[in-house]
Ligand binder design. Structure first.
Ligand code: C2E
Ligand code: CA
Ligand code: CA
Length: 561
């Protein structure tokens, strides 16, 4: 039965630990009881009973997945059926290798994960930030005005908009929604106080920047919504300066729904503005997005993609294509990049440009990247066994992989499982990944680098602040972004490429030019001393069989430059 290990302390928040393994439970109680009242339950059923009995006191539930009687999935399923527990967050504790479990838990409404074995700091931070977000958002529901920003609370904003629209039927209005990117990470980095001050300033500045603003509301921790009188044309330049001047460096995005239908629920109007906003999340150079009907279609498509992503792995719907990297000096293939392709049973061919950003948002990207990495190891093993020429193959790793402190060990284990030499496996790190939370990324990269893997900085020059990362990360290769080559073609000079190559030489990095399409580009890069050239000029990304043929036969135009 649920029990507390210590007399209850009224100043502490209460956590329920649902876990069948007694030792694990004791560890958790040890870790947490300084800061929280800890209730314990030894399986899902007693856990549900404890949740019912203590619903009002609980701040968060820590839930094991595999338990007798009623496991974590059933627990989440049953909890979800009862709206009384809607706002009670659950953190699921998983063994780190079970990404499929994590996805399933997410779909069942879990808020976050902690991998076993526990890292005390990570665990405490997760718990704290979840509790913080929850208490802030439940506060918001109760008050008319949000104290921090002076905007209306969510419910009052919705009511206010509804009343305004009903009173002026026939007059056109727009809804603007703002959101701070990666706010949880921003909180972790700057602390709550500075983030609160930031939100207050932000609300004030947006309010001033909006034309004909009527009502503003804080509809989530870091999400604001505004009703404005309809504006013709693009007026959004006024938003550019809002978060520009070092407001803790956070990036703010806006979604706009124009000419709104007054008969739709206000929450739907805000959702649609939010849908527009979602489209530009993570895009460095986009600040504002407008809602249109295509977005609704895209949302449907995205929904189908997410529904099918898990099965796509077990059904081998994802395929690896290989794009050769031409070694300029040796004038033959010097490597290849693995690029994922997906033929969906309903949607047909889908470009990675569509599903990768989606998976980066819902977390599935780590499963996909791991799958691709394994396929690449299998291919490298095959080439060795069949006596084909072997070249290093690089794999793209999205930012999210770097939240896993065991990433380097897992990659090494994967390579060793297939007997793949570490220097045959290259890691491509996107520039945006390098810019985020540099400390943990740097530590993991160093581990991988020390284990013999080759690290490539992808998309160099695409706009993120990567200069600093050149000095702080353990890199071996700089991949110049396509835009550098495109710029050269337009300006008919290669000064950007020249500087990038000089910089790489100073840092003792090899260079790869990407997206090279013409003989002129290829020969110019050769003159500048670029080491490798990748792009349609030599070869498009190829399916495995064709890639193996290329390995033996080489490019058709090898002597052209
Ligand atoms: P990226 O890493 O910058 O990959 C290069 C992209 O340029 C690929 O697009 C490639 O097909 C394309 N490309 C190559 N040569 C040329 C050329 O000569 N001209 C032009 N216009 N394009 C060329 P793709 O395959 O559509 O992939 C798009 C992005 O999706 C990749 O950009 C990468 O960021 C991401 N991606 C692809 N596969 C994976 C994966 O397995 N994991 C992760 N995390 N991301 C992936
Ligand atoms: Ca890449
Ligand atoms: Ca790239």
């Amino acid at each position: 039965m649920p029990s507390t290990t210590e007399p209850k302390n009224a100043t502490k928040l209460t956590i329920l630990v649902v876990e069948d393994n007694e030792m694990n439970r004791e560890i958790l109680v040890d870790l947490l009881s300084d800061d929280y009242n800890v209730l314990e339950a030894d399986n899902g059923l007693t856990g549900l009973a404890a949740m019912e009995a203590h619903a009002d006191e609980l701040s968060v539930i820590l839930l094991d997945v595999y338990m007798p009687e009623c496991n974590g999935f059933e627990f989440l399923e049953r909890k979800r059926r009862d709206p009384r527990y809607d706002s009670l967050p659950v953190i699921v504790m998983t063994a780190s290798s079970t990404v499929t479990d994590e996805i399933r838990c997410l779909q069942l409404g879990a808020s976050d994960f902690i991998s076993k074995p526990y890292n005390t700091e990570v665990m405490k931070n997760r718990i704290q930030s979840i509790i913080r977000l929850r208490s802030a958002s439940s506060m918001l529901h109760r008050l008319e005005r949000d104290k921090l920003t002076g905007l209306f609370s969510k419910e009052f904003f919705f009511e206010g908009v509804k009343a305004e629209l009903a009173a002026h039927l026939g007059e056109p209005y727009d809804i603007v929604v703002s959101d701070v990117e990666h706010f949880r990470r921003v909180i972790d980095r700057y602390g709550e106080e500075r983030c609160d001050a930031f939100l207050a300033t932000l609300a004030e500045r947006i309010t001033k920047a909006l034309p004909d603003m009527i009502l503003g509301g804080r509809i989530d921790y870091d999400v604001f919504a505004f009703l404005i009188r309809h504006q013709d044309g693009d007026w959004t330049a006024s938003l550019d300066a809002v978060a520009e001047d070092g407001l803790i460096g956070a990036s703010v995005k806006y979604g706009i729904m124009t000419g709104i239908d007054p008969h739709l629920p206000v929450s739907t109007l805000c959702d649609r503005a939010g849908m527009a906003l979602n489209k530009i999340r993570g895009q460095y150079n986009a600040r504002v997005a407008w809602y249109n009907e295509d977005l609704l279609k895209n949302q449907l498509r995205d929904h189908i993609i997410v529904e099918g992503m898990q099965d796509a792995i077990s059904r081998h719907e994802f395929q690896v294509y290989y794009q050769p990297k031409h070694d300029v000096r040796k004038n033959r293939i010097g490597g290849a990049e693995a690029l994922v392709r997906w033929t969906h049973p309903v949607l047909g061919f889908i470009s990675p440009g569509i599903f990768i950003p989606l998976f980066e948002r819902n977390g599935f990207i780590t499963s996909l990247d791991r799958y691709i990495m394994e396929e690449v190891c299998i291919e490298l093993k095959r080439c060795r066994e069949e006596g084909l020429p072997t070249v290093p193959i690089s794999v793209n790793l999205s930012r999210m992989n770097f939240d896993n402190p065991k990433l380097a060990d897992e990659i090494a284990a994967m390579a060793d499982k297939y007997g793949v030499d570490h220097n045959l496996l290259h890691i491509e790190l996107t520039e945006s990944a390098a810019g985020d939370d540099p400390k943990s990324v740097a530590a993991l990269l160093k581990q991988m680098h020390d284990a013999g893997f080759v690290i490539e900085l992808d998309d160099f020059g695409s706009g993120y602040s990567a200069l600093a990362s050149l000095f702080t990360l353990s890199l071996d290769v700089m991949k110049m972004d396509m835009s550098i080559i495109r710029h050269a073609a337009q300006a008919s000079n290669y000064s950007l490429a020249r500087y990038a190559i000089m910089l790489a030489e100073c840092m003792k990095l090899k260079t790869v030019a990407e997206g090279v399409e013409t003989v002129d580009q290829a020969s110019a890069l050769k003159v500048l001393g670029c080491d490798y050239i990748q792009g349609n000029y030599y070869s498009k990304p190829l399916p495995r069989e064709e890639f193996e043929k290329y390995l033996v036969e080489g490019p058709r135009n090898a002597t052209a430059i």
